[in-house]
Design a protein around this ligand. Structure first.
Ligand SMILES: NC(=O)c1ccc[n+]([C@@H]2O[C@H](COP(=O)([O-])OP(=O)(O)OC[C@H]3O[C@@H](n4cnc5c(N)ncnc54)[C@H](O)[C@@H]3O)[C@@H](O)[C@H]2O)c1
Length: 261
């Protein structure tokens, strides 16, 4: 499905990003990895870069080849470093990289954003998400957080709510749509990676364990990577602006509670 394609994967030094890069390579793609940390292993081309600042994003973009087929936005923070860094990496930096990469993506290329079940509240918090996604470019995130009274504990779910809303907006944005670039999201539930320990600290064991109990086990990176790569591939060519839950049925179970069926 990916033979001959070049795919940029962020967050490649750990967890879901590392597995996505490995699998893409096994499926025949050339992979370029991005991370703020050096990966311990992997043969993919690697760009060390920091998505948390406008200059960091610009430095990454300057090192990219002129033609790419897909961008998998996997890098993310758990929220344990506060709302400013979390919104910067998980949303504003991700969006800035996507906008910088768009002109290099071939017609009919794809962007896949790894969101989360933690972004489930985007509908309930729609006005806030509309406001914060309508801020253009890579803003001064500290100023945005101060202006809107955003608290550290809100950082992770908020970043994923913004990402889910922007995914739908971007699918219709001329920068992407005019060249047939699809923009989709994959939303995992709890996945056994280093970030899960941090979620336990931020969200509490009870919340994480209840999510795991609903679906019988935590996911693994190998459960998520194929979903990301399917949406990167031409097999997903008529899927655009969608959010694919890769969570063992967690979202369906929460929907049943919330919507009462
Ligand atoms: N593991 C889970 O339970 C879970 C659940 C839902 C969603 N997710 C999402 O999946 C994605 C991947 O998470 P993971 O589980 O693989 O976690 P992870 O901590 O194993 O990997 C995250 C990677 O992002 C990189 N990164 C962090 N800040 C960066 C920056 N400023 N610039 C560049 N790279 C940076 C890290 O160095 C790390 O390699 C994240 O977006 C996360 O929110 C994870």
């Amino acid at each position: 499905m990916l033979f001959g394609k070049t795919i940029l994967v962020t967050g490649v030094a750990s967890g879901i990003g590392a597995r996505t890069a490995d699998l893409a390579g096994q499926m025949g793609a050339e992979v370029i990895g991005v991370d703020v940390r050096e990966p311990a292993h992997g043969s993919a081309a690697f760009i060390k870069g920091d998505l948390s600042t406008p200059s960091g994003v610009a430095e990454i973009a300057a090192q990219l080849p002129t033609r790419l087929d897909a961008l998998a936005n996997v890098a993310g923070l758990s929220g344990n470093t506060g709302v400013v860094s979390t919104l910067a990496v998980n949303f504003y930096g991700l969006r800035a990289l996507s906008e910088a990469v768009a002109p290099r993506l071939r017609e009919g290329g794809a962007i896949v954003n790894v969101a989360s079940i933690a972004g489930y509240g985007w509908r309930a918090n729609l006005e806030r998400a509309k406001l914060l996604t309508s801020i253009e470019g890579f803003p001064d995130v500290a100023a945005v957080a101060a202006e809107h009274g955003l608290k550290d504990e809100q950082g992770y779910p908020l970043s994923k709510e913004l990402l889910l809303l922007w995914t739908m907006r971007a699918a219709h944005q001329p920068l992407f749509k005019d060249r047939g670039i699809r923009v989709n999201a994959v939303s995992p539930g709890p996945v056994e990676t280093p970030i899960l320990k941090q979620f336990r600290a931020v969200l509490g064991d009870a919340r994480v364990d209840s999510d795991i109990t609903r679906v019988g086990r935590a996911g693994t990176s190998a459960d998520i990577a194929p979903a990301v790569l399917f949406l990167c591939s031409d097999g997903g060519r008529w899927i655009n602006g969608a959010n694919l839950a890769a969570d063992g049925g967690l979202e369906a179970s929460i929907n049943a509670d919330v919507l009462g069926f």
